[in-house]
Design a protein around this ligand. Sequence first.
Ligand SMILES: [Fe+2]
Length: 200
Amino acid sequence: MAKFEAKKFRSFDVELNGISKKTMEEHYKLYQGYVAKSNEILDRLASGGVDLSKANPTYSEVRELKIELSRALGGVKNHELYFEHLGGKGGKPAGKVLGLLEKAYGSFDAWKADLTATAMSARGWAWTAYDFDAGQVFNFIGDEQNTYPIWNCALLVALDCFEHAYFIDYGTAKAQYVAKFFDNLDWTVIGKRADMFLPS
Ligand SMILES: [Fe+2]
């Protein structure tokens, strides 16, 4: 069975703009928790001890394990995407990524305004992802680690807007954190993501 391990990220080695070391360190502990629980759930599913014949959509062990696996593994992947693209200087992207944002929203500023509003409407996540079927990006909302992902999309930007991402630094002033998030984006990382699924 695949074992997940907590990764290291450059964003922990640099000084972020308006996101404290304390916030990042506490946030990393949550990420480590998602990694540990993913492995624990996968071990249980692989153990042979789960009675598959008792599968039931109201309550069964397999149902509970599958649901919590989606939350745990979602928590791993969401946070890896988030930590990976922090540590930059913000500003505007260039080339392919800028073209994708402009094609979908008309301008970089309009994309940013929409993702900001998506985050302010979200209980957990706001994402920019490229939809292979539509051939364009969309800003999607997520209330939990495992709610509202859309199939056949590839992720570009992951904005964590759970309270744990900003409460130490900003209290309830969520909008201040969301604004600072953009100032820490590393567009080079996001450009490499785009190159992976849209090679030119
Ligand atoms: Fe988080």
